[in-house]
Design a protein. Structure first.
Length: 256
């Protein structure tokens, strides 16, 4: 007999296909379709707190449901380290991403710029499954650690003064993915959007705001601090990537 989780998961496979058909394979943000769908597959069974008493046992995996629903189970595993650099097109720009991409190529890495907003759902998941090291500025794109293979790595670029980290480390860890951070400490390498900050916060001047750094959470964090456009120092970036490439999957691929 299928457990409650298994029954819900099986329903998600045709639901995934129906969603893909309805939107023509396009999504503004990856999590708006795949991750929310995966979360529903996880959460819906949990609302029945008597499932265990009824003898129902969870089976299946929500991430696997999405992968199977897209027909990507047979995708070959990666044979070399591949860095997927999230390339944002609307906000939170990595201003020197091309420089960093060429630096990675010069260092011998296989590199892909992942413009998730411009990719179909299928393309996104396929690219993530081929990525062994996902890099991006703080943002929801890092939730895609859900779809990396076990032993891969995710590297969060933390903008200047940002104390909030989100749950990207937790998501990565629960998926068997290593997590690392590159914290930007030079305010001169950030473009701040002061129009997103409440005017009363500027009474003491912009320098005072930057000196204080972000609060641990709340509206100011999401409106102002996370929305910096940043320039990442080349040497620090390569060092952080080398550290992240020490994850089990990347280490095995580097060893040949």
């Amino acid at each position: 007999m299928l457990g409650l989780f298994g029954q819900t998961s099986l329903l998600c496979v045709p639901a995934t296909r129906a969603l893909i058909d309805a939107v023509g394979w396009r999504q503004t943000y990856f999590w708006s379709a795949a991750i929310i769908l995966a979360t529903l597959c996880l959460v819906l069974p949990c609302v029945c707190d008597r499932a265990e008493q009824a003898g129902l046992r969870p089976d299946g995996d929500a991430v696997d449901v999405v992968i199977d629903g897209l027909g990507l189970r047979a995708q070959p595993p990666p044979t070399r380290v591949r860095v997927g650099l999230i390339s944002r097109r609307w906000k939170r720009f990595l201003l020197n991403e091309r420089e960093l991409g060429y630096a990675l190529l010069d260092a011998g890495y296989d590199v892909r710029l992942l413009a998730l907003e411009d990719m179909t759902l299928y393309e996104q998941v396929a690219a993530l499954r081929a990525t062994t090291l996902l890099v991006g500025v703080h943002g929801s794109g890092l939730n895609n650690a859900l779809y990396l293979r076990p032993g891969a790595a995710v590297l969060q670029i933390v903008p200047f003064g940002l104390r909030y980290r989100g749950d990207f480390e937790g998501i990565a860890t629960r998926n068997g993915v290593s997590y690392g951070e590159l914290v930007l400490e030079d305010r001169r390498r950030s473009v701040f959007h002061w129009e997103f900050l409440d005017p009363e916060r500027l009474v003491a001047g912009r320098a005072a705001v930057l000196d204080a750094g972000s609060p641990p959470g709340g509206r100011e964090v999401y409106a102002f601090w996370v929305n910096q456009d940043v320039v990442v120092p080349r040497a620090a970036f390569l060092g952080a990537v080398r550290g992240a490439a020490a994850s089990p999957l990347n280490r095995r691929l580097l060893a040949g």
